[in-house]
Design a protein around this ligand. Structure first.
Ligand code: THU
Length: 160
């Protein structure tokens, strides 16, 4: 038996002022997107902005449904829209934030498993790492590749 360890490097910031202008702008756009989420059931509004390699920014937010499982997370709305609008352009970064009970949440929310898998597909499709910015009001976490958030992931190599 062999014991393996998989390392995930997570950068932590206490304030957006420690970040680059581009990162701070992306977080602002994610916050704006959260405000137009359709989340009447959970009242948990998630906002996402996606920075593409052509420097365009695409936003998304969660879209809920009275038939709960038919709803979709903000990350998938944003990344699928980015990929449908710019099918030949890699995604460079994604910022994620959430608003509930009248305020942006203090601590970052990580993407759910399905969103991780979807974002990983985009990363592998363009062979270009996606920086994930998890933006809480009091703490911001940054991971430099989706692969870091989904170790031992399933991808197209396994279909061969
Ligand atoms: N949600 C997202 O949009 N992204 C996440 O990463 C986690 C959860 C949404 C789904 C649902 O509309 C609401 O937040 C509560 O789970």
């Amino acid at each position: 038996m062999k014991r393996n360890e998989i390392l995930t490097v997570v950068y932590e910031y206490d304030s957006v002022s420690e970040m680059t202008k581009e990162e701070a702008y992306l977080i602002e756009k994610a916050k704006e997107a959260a405000m137009s989420a359709y989340a009447p059931y959970s009242k948990f509004q998630v906002g996402v902005s996606v920075l593409l390699a052509n420097n365009k920014i695409v936003n998304g937010n969660n879209q809920e449904n009275a038939a709960y499982p038919s709803g979709i997370c903000a990350e998938r709305v944003a990344v699928y829209y980015a990929n449908s609008k710019y099918p030949d352009v890699a995604v460079k970064a994604i910022a994620i934030c959430a608003y509930t009970n009248g305020a942006f949440i203090k601590f970052p929310i990580p993407p759910c498993g399905s969103c991780r898998q979807s974002l990983l597909e985009t990363e592998t499709r363009f062979n270009s790492p996606i920086k994930i910015i998890l933006a809480g009001a009091e703490k911001i976490l940054v991971v430099n590749s989706m692969k870091d958030l989904l170790p031992l992931h399933f991808n197209s190599d396994h279909l061969l």
